[in-house]
Structures are given as structure tokens and as C-alpha cells.
Design a protein around this ligand. Structure first.
Ligand code: IVH
Length: 675
């Protein structure tokens, strides 16, 4: 029997935690510390463990985060963002071309078309006034989008300041996307952190852009290709290709190398076929080719019809979906112990590639699909060689299909499996689980981490089985003989591998940090950390407070880093790496020949002329570096309105404090660039 007091306390805790979730996830304004939050959460879990009948779907123990209640501010487009008509075959494009020439332009000669890759991402608009990024929005319904300026400002590809000379007012349109390799890394990180994985790069890009906390967007590997303009004051341009060239000279990222100018239908179709052939070799997902009449004067003459321009069309590639059967479901143990279900499929060819596996991500996904072993399913290769199960064909069931239970034991080491209520995957918590060790090693040597070529899963398994390596540091203690002793390893290969391991000792710090697999510290985060900390030692000493002063680092990441360096086992591993000769190269941003080379700035208070990020960019462009907190090493503090404790500290330490006008001079801005 639950006593009244416990029941009341449970209700209270639910309300309180929900309140803090909203503050943290939706408003970015937590009122309590993470530790205080954890205490409340633990108390709730303790009560629910004793009285499982209190666990309802409404309990915060059963949910992740908080529902996105706050919407983004509506942001109207001065020039509507149109959509495109599609052509599904060469014939349809032929008809399109004929109708343009005969019906609308009355001409017999070929039209010149700009053929661009159709990136599969999210359309956005950037507005620059006097060369400065003042607004960014999603497409929305084409007339009104959502204001996502703060999120967009975290994307490294997007300049906050254009290269002069620039149009007074400029709306740039482009596609935000995620590279396939980054998408896979991101999904692995999501999986490791117990967060939901994304079905494809497009969803990942869309989800990342619509975060209420810009710090989360900052961690995502978002990229952009710009492909068009809305308003553009004071510049006359005569072709689409020239528009792209202009955007590039302004400092915007444009996919000009993959844009062709085609004359007439046949050249367009041949461009389309060539791109279709190359589709699987590209670093990002494209779903077709956008064909645009190149001459702007002709575009204007053609105009638009029902929300699409008459002068452009999308030639879409056929979908990459097929039907097959789920023969079994296996379990995979990741490097942090996360256990993911994998569907073993009856092999099927999906647009030229045979597939026999599909990740099912987690049990929520299995439940959402209502998937069982033996089911007929639709699989899709969505920007990944490993396909996704997108749909179950329930009508084809025979009745013999089997449910897929949550595992209770690790399939690799038999240790009991736990599932935290705030995670979507169950985990094996045995740190010595061989499956985790091999995954940690694979991650450490992978291309984005220490990039050691020649050490694949087979070689690593052999080394682990023979007892030669028990952690990543052991790699650096291997002798040439150890390598030579491996199966199918000749002299030359052993020599090459030995060299590859040795050269990796001086990889950049960001790569080592990424390779260590610190939770929540993905590729982007580790790059950011390496820009701010000159060495591993400096990072190891960093406090929560210091870490969260870095613009893109939030509480969760900061805590994970502090935890990592606070764990004696990790310190032993780092010591071992150090003694084995691993000396990562610092990457703190210091340019060689700017007016501020070697100088360290701290920016504090509200600035009137620039955003914090813009001011940081100006410092970096001038060769200086910014830091989050004031110390003896700080050369200047730029103090805006309401500067608080940092200003006081600067005064105490005798660090030079400058205002915005002096700052502008220091970073080498001319008076007319002052904004
Ligand atoms: S032009 C009026 N060019 O495809 C012109 N769109 O409906 C409209 N897209 O979501 C767009 N790559 O974001 C254009 N090179 C490209 C594109 C592109 C991808 C997307 C666009 C929109 C959809 C078109």
C-alpha cells in the first residue's frame, strides 16, 4: 500500500521536474544546478522503484526532455520562397523544355540551363544588411518561415560578415545539410548517449535546426550550399551561374564545381544521368538535379505559376526502396555499452546495392514500427549504405511472426543489462566487455579520430585476443614483431602499420579528444574544445564554470568532460598515452601574421555593434584568440554594457579593458566598416 505522504511527494516531484525540464529544454534558463536536478530525479526513481504502480507515461521518468511548447517567432519572406515542380522522366523534362520554348518564349534554338545538384536537406534564407547577417529563417509555407537566427549563427560555414563589396541588402537562399560520414558519426554519438538516432541526414539537419537551445545546434555538423537570392539591392546579374559566382565572392559556400551549364534537352539529360551514376560516391545525399533557365532576363519573362517558378524544375532520382523480409534480429554492443537491435534481412538489391542488415535503432523504434521477426518490410537506403526499415506490411503477416524482447543480458559478455529511464537504449555496464573494447579501439583508430590506416576490426580483434592490447594506449607499445606476427601481415604491411601508428602520435588535439570517446563530445565539440584549450592538461584542469563560458558548450557536455577527467581510470589511460609518446598538437586559434597574433581577448557584457560571435570572429581574423574567463594570460577585455564579474576581475588583475571603438581599431577595422 502506498501511504498518502509518498503519493503526494511523487506528484510534487513530477510537477517540479516537469517545471525544470521546461526551463532547461525550452527556455534555456535552468533555475537549479544539474546536481540538484539529479537529486530530484533520483528521489522520484527511488519512489517509483518501491511503488511501480506510480510509473505512468506522464511521469517525467518516462520522458526525455520536455515537449517543444515554445514556437519560433514567425519570419515573413520579403520575396516568397517558391517550391519546384518535378519531372520524373526524360520525357517529362522534354515536355517542360518544349512548353517553355514554344508556348512562352516562341523560340526554336536551345535554351541554356544551369544544372545544380538537388541537395536533400532543409531550405533556409539568410538576410544580410550592410554585409552583416541580421536574420535567418526556415522556408515555412514559402511566405512566412520561422526565425532561426540564433541557431544559424552557430554554423561555421555561414559567415556573419560578408566579404566586401557586398549588396546593401541581400537575401540568400540555400540548403542546410549534413555530410553522410558526419551523419553516421552523429547517429553513433546519439546512440552512445542513449538519445534517439535520426532516420536520415535530412531529418537530422531539420531536427538540429529547430532546436530551442542553440548550443545543441552548435554541436551538430551542419553545412550549407547556397543556390539563390531573394532581395538583392544595388547589383545587376545576368545569369544563374553568375549569381552563384557572386555568392562565392561574398564568402558564401556554393557548389559551383558541381554546377554545369547545359545547352538543350540532351545535355541536361546526360548531366542528370552522370550525376545519378555518381550519386552513391558523393559525400552528401542528393535526390535529383535542379534545372534552371540560366538567363535571368528569360526567368523574369517566364515568371511563376502556382507557387513554382516556370523557369526551373527538379529532375528527381527514383526512390531507393525495396521490399524484403526480416529473418532475425541481432543485438549490437556499442563502445559505451549501448545495445542496439539490428534487423537481419533477406538480401535484396536496393538501387544497385545488396543489403542484408538494417539498424532498428532502439526499442521505441521497434514499437513505433510494430515490427516482428518474420515481417515483410519496406527498406530504404536513405543517405546511408545501411538501410532503414521504413514500414511494416502488416497485411502480409501469417501469424507466426515473433515479438522482439528487450535483452536482459549482454549478448557478448552476459553481464546484466540496464536501461535508464531517460535513455532509449539498454546498456551493458561491464567496462571490460570485449565488444565495448573492440568498439572503443575501432573508434580511436577511425578516420575522424587518430586515423590509423591498416587497423581494421580483424586486426584489432586478433591483437585483443592475443592479449597484446587491453586499451588504446597499448597500440603505441606494440613492436614491429607484434605486428608481423599477425595473420596475413607481410613485412611491408607491418612496416606501414608501425609507421601509421607512430605518426598518429602527433595528431591534432581535437582528434585525440574525439578518439577518447568522451560522452557527448562529438567531432564538432572536440574541435571547439581544441580551439579553446592549448593542451590536454589545460582541458583536464578546466572547471564546469570555465567550460560553460565557451559559447557552444552547454551544461551536459561540460559535465561529461569534467566527469571524464575526474575519473582516475581515465587519468591513468592518459598518463599511459603520454608515456607511450602520444603528443597531440595544439590547435588553439592563433594566426601567424595578424595585428593581434598571440593576444588573448575576453569579451563580456552586451555589445552594441556586434554579436558575441561576430566579435570573436573579428579577433580570430586578426590573429588573436578568445577565452571564456579572465586570467593573468588575458591581454584585453572588451567590455560592453552591463559587464559584470569579468570586468571586475580584469580591473583587479590590471588587464587592459577596451570599449568597442578601441576594439575596432585593435582588430584592424576601418572607420567605415564599423557598422
Ligand atoms: S531552387 C525557385 N536549387 O529543393 C527555386 N532548390 O522545392 C526554388 N533544393 O526545399 C529552389 N537544392 O531547398 C533550388 N540547387 C537547388 C536546390 C534546391 C535543393 C531544395 C530546396 C527546396 C526544394 C525545392
Amino acid at each position: 500500500m502506498i501511504d498518502l505522504f509518498t503519493q503526494q511527494r511523487h506528484t510534487e516531484l513530477c510537477e517540479e521536474i516537469n517545471h525544470h525540464n521546461k526551463l532547461y529544454y525550452n527556455q534555456d534558463q535552468p533555475e537549479i544546478t544539474d546536481a540538484e536536478y539529479d537529486d530530484l530525479f533520483r528521489e522520484l526513481q527511488k519512489i517509483e522503484k518501491a511503488f511501480p504502480e506510480l510509473v505512468t507515461p506522464a511521469s517525467p521518468s518516462q520522458k526525455i526532455g520536455a515537449p517543444a511548447t515554445e514556437k519560433f517567432t514567425p519570419s515573413p519572406h520579403a520575396v516568397p520562397m517558391l517550391s519546384l515542380k518535378n519531372a520524373k522522366s526524360a520525357e517529362e523534362f522534354h515536355d517542360f523544355d518544349t512548353s517553355l520554348r514554344k508556348t512562352f518564349l516562341a523560340r526554336s534554338e536551345d535554351l541554356e540551363y544551369a544544372c545544380e545538384m538537388k541537395l536533400d536537406g532543409v531550405a533556409i534564407e539568410l538576410t544580410y544588411q550592410d554585409g552583416r547577417l541580421i536574420k535567418a529563417s526556415t522556408r515555412g509555407d514559402g511566405f512566412v518561415g520561422e526565425d532561426i537566427t540564433e541557431n544559424i549563427k552557430t554554423i561555421a560555414d555561414i559567415p556573419h560578415i560578408l566579404t566586401a563589396p557586398y549588396p546593401e541588402l541581400l537575401d540568400v537562399r540555400g540548403e542546410i545539410y549534413i555530410d553522410l560520414a558526419d551523419f553516421q558519426t552523429l547517429n553513433r554519438a546519439q546512440e552512445d548517449a542513449g538519445d534517439k538516432t535520426f532516420a536520415n541526414p535530412r531529418n537530422a539537419a531539420a531536427g538540429s535546426l529547430r532546436q530551442l537551445d542553440a548550443r545543441i545546434t552548435a554541436q551538430r555538423p551542419l553545412r550549407i550550399f547556397c543556390y539563390g537570392v531573394g532581395r538583392m539591392h544595388g547589383v545587376k546579374i545576368s545569369t544563374q551561374i553568375e549569381t552563384l559566382q557572386l555568392l562565392r565572392t561574398l564568402g558564401l559556400r556554393v557548389n559551383l564545381e558541381e554546377t554545369t551549364c547545359a545547352s538543350g534537352v540532351d545535355e541536361v539529360i546526360s548531366t542528370f544521368r552522370q550525376l545519378q551514376e555518381r550519386r552513391d560516391t558523393l559525400p552528401f545525399e542528393i535526390d535529383g538535379v535542379v534545372v534552371k533557365v540560366n538567363e535571368i532576363a528569360l526567368q523574369e519573362e517566364l515568371g511563376m505559376v502556382s507557387r513554382s517558378p516556370r523557369w526551373a524544375i527538379a529532375l528527381k532520382f527514383p526512390p531507393r526502396q525495396e521490399q524484403t523480409i526480416v529473418e532475425n534480429v541481432g543485438l549490437q554492443v556499442g563502445r559505451t555499452g549501448a545495445i542496439t537491435p539490428v534487423a537481419h534481412l533477406k538480401p535484396v538489391t536496393v538501387s544497385g546495392v545488396t543489403v542484408s542488415r538494417a539498424s532498428l535503432h532502439n526499442w521505441d523504434e521497434i514499437e513505433r514500427l510494430d515490427l516482428r521477426i518474420g515481417d515483410h518490410v519496406i527498406v530504404e537506403r536513405a543517405g546511408d549504405v545501411i538501410p532503414d526499415v521504413v514500414k511494416v506490411l502488416a497485411e502480409k503477416r501469417s501469424g507466426n511472426e515473433q515479438l522482439i524482447p528487450l535483452p536482459t543480458k549482454c549478448p557478448e559478455c552476459n553481464a546484466p543489462v540496464h536501461k535508464n529511464p531517460d535513455e532509449v537504449v539498454p546498456r551493458c555496464n561491464n567496462p571490460h566487455c570485449p565488444a565495448q573494447l573492440i568498439e572503443r579501439m575501432k573508434h580511436f583508430v577511425s578516420r575522424d579520430a587518430m586515423d590509423i590506416e591498416g587497423l581494421g576490426e580483424k586486426q584489432l580483434t586478433q591483437l585483443i585476443k592475443s592479449g597484446k592490447i587491453t586499451d588504446v594506449a597499448d597500440l603505441y607499445l606494440l613492436s614491429k614483431e607484434d605486428m608481423f606476427a599477425m595473420e596475413r601481415m607481410g613485412d611491408a604491411l607491418a612496416e606501414k602499420l608501425f609507421l601509421a601508428i607512430a605518426t598518429s602520435k602527433t595528431q591534432p588535439l581535437s582528434r585525440l579528444l574525439f578518439g577518447l570517446g568522451i560522452r557527448h563530445a562529438g567531432k564538432n565539440t572536440t574541435k571547439i574544445l581544441a580551439r579553446h584549450f592549448a593542451s590536454l592538461d589545460e582541458l583536464a584542469k578546466a572547471t564546469m564554470d570555465q567550460l560553460i563560458t565557451i559559447h557552444e558548450i552547454g551544461d551536459k557536455v561540460a559535465k561529461s568532460i569534467v566527469d571524464y577527467f575526474g575519473n582516475p581510470e581515465n587519468i591513468l589511460l592518459l598518463d599511459k598515452l603520454h608515456h607511450a609518446g602520444v603528443q597531440p598538437q595544439g590547435e588553439a586559434v592563433i594566426q601567424q601574421d595578424g595585428p593581434l597574433t598571440g593576444k588573448v581577448f575576453v569579451i563580456t557584457g552586451t555589445l552594441s555593434k556586434w554579436s558575441r560571435k561576430e566579435a570573436e570572429e573579428l579577433v580570430e581574423k586578426a590573429g588573436g584568440r578568445t577565452a571564456g574567463s579572465v586570467s593573468q594570460k588575458t591581454d584585453y577585455v572588451l567590455a560592453g554594457e552591463n559587464a559584470g564579474s569579468k570586468l571586475a576581475k580584469a580591473e583587479k588583475l590590471g588587464v587592459e579593458v577596451v570599449d568597442e571603438v578601441t576594439f575596432a581599431k585593435l582588430v584592424g577595422l576601418k572607420p567605415n566598416e564599423l557598422g
